[in-house]
Design a protein around this ligand. Structure first.
Ligand code: FAD
Ligand code: FES
Length: 358
């Protein structure tokens, strides 16, 4: 009866205005998932209803919304019928309009595969490197992320960015850096002994954080585990023999929060242009043996940035918000700013507004 009325879990047709590829949702998946599975470059970022990147206007049809979108969309957008593609499951055939599709964004096929956590290594007191051996390879572009779940243990997936450049084998193994979030379910489970050799599910790739074509300076900023996608991006640029100048500012609290310093020293040694790497500590005790920079990442923007630079940022939402405010202060061009906020459930309800990579 329900499916007779169009509300069952039968496949639904999703028409994205201006996109010729026919799309079908299986009745359970969101508009975003259906679009990515069909290889459509549908804008997406956090995947959890926290950033607004996937917003689209519902032209016709009905959807079930998985989370409250009113926090992210403005009153005008809600009135105009905007919804979040990552949170909307079609209940009937639907037609949607997406305001802007980035023609240069990665469009790898969305893969859902099992995998095994085959390696785990502590990088700091609260960040681990996880290696996952996948049952099926997953193509991705440096900067993108995957949704990881632990079937039967933690079924709701969390997003983790790939920490290395894609490998020539199409990525049979993938690497993530995971920081333990206080009170966080997945990130703490992944740090525990039970995680090693455990089966997981990995779906991806997601996201539109990727290195755009240009000869301009790469001005990168990272905080905490936000270093992972930035490292992948720079490794990919090295593999591609790019010779763009780089300034990378890595924000941490104290020396015990620093990691991958040798990896960046090696990248710098091989880089074909200027490569300035600035680890900066915000809470290092006065009088310690630290000889490097102190303060916040934002303190280095105006001093080091080239006006034509492209800015790439990843990490905690407050760091990115502060950096954007600083860039706005001297009228830096917004369309040269790209970022991934590492939103979690404490942010997705209210704080993700504006988080999408433009
Ligand atoms: C695009 C993207 C890429 C990311 N990449 C990485 C990465 O490479 N590395 C990485 O470490 N992290 C990354 N993250 C963050 C990651 O996805 C997880 O959010 C993070 O690991 C926390 O997950 P958790 O299960 O441990 O915490 P959760 O259990 O989800 O909880 C997170 C916090 O929210 C609080 N909380 C839980 N439920 C609620 C609620 N209902 N209301 C209010 N507060 C609540 C918890 O107490 C905790 O403090 C990324 C996020 C995004 C969006
Ligand atoms: S991708 Fe949908 S709100 Fe972020």
């Amino acid at each position: 009866m329900l499916s007779f009325l169009g509300f069952g879990r039968s496949p639904k047709k999703v028409t994205i205005e201006g996109v010729e590829t026919p799309i079908e949702s299986d009745g359970k998946e969101t508009i975003l998932t259906a679009a990515l599975k069909a290889g459509v470059r549908y804008p997406n970022n956090c995947r959890v209803g926290g950033c607004g990147a996937c917003k689209c206007r519902l032209v016709s049809g009905k959807v079930k919304e998985l989370t409250e979108s009113a926090y992210i969309l403005t009153a005008e957008e809600l009135k105009a019928g905007y919804i979040l593609g990552c949170q909307a499951v079609p209940k009937t055939d639907v037609v949607v309009h997406v305001d802007h599709i980035d023609a240069g964004a990665p469009a790898h096929p969305l893969v859902t595969t099992g995998g095994t956590i085959s390696g785990r290594r502590a990088l700091t007191h609260d960040i681990v490197e996880l290696t996952v051996t996948l049952d099926e390879p997953m193509k991705y572009t440096a900067g993108q992320f995957a949704a990881l779940s632990v079937p039967g243990v933690i079924d709701q997936a969390r997003s983790y960015s790939f920490a290395t450049a894609p490998q020539a084998d199409g990525n049979r193994t993938v690497v993530f850096y995971v920081r333990a979030v206080p009170g966080g379910q997945m990130s703490n489970w992944l740090q525990g002994d039970a995680a090693l050799n455990h089966r997981v599910q990995v779906e991806g790739p997601y996201g539109e954080f990727y290195l755009r074509d240009s000869g301009a300076q790469i001005f990168a900023m990272a905080g905490g585990s936000g270093l992972a996608p930035v490292k992948a991006l720079l490794e990919q640029a090295l593999n591609d023999k790019l010779n763009r100048p780089v300034v990378l500012v890595f924000g941490a609290r104290t020396q015990k929060d620093l990691y991958c310093l040798d990896d960046f020293a090696a990248l710098k040694a091989k880089w074909n242009a200027d490569f300035i790497f600035i680890p900066v500590l915000s809470h290092e005790p006065e009088g310690s043996d630290w000889q490097g920079a102190r303060g916040f990442v934002t303190g280095f923007i105006e001093k080091r940035i080239d006006p034509q630079a492209q800015v790439y940022m990843c990490g905690p939402p407050p760091m990115i918000d502060a950096a954007i405010a600083e860039l706005e202060r001297f009228s830096f061009r917004a369309n040269n700013i790209f970022f991934d906020k590492f939103l979690d459930q404490s942010h997705t309800a209210a704080a993700g507004k504006g988080a999408a990579s433009p």
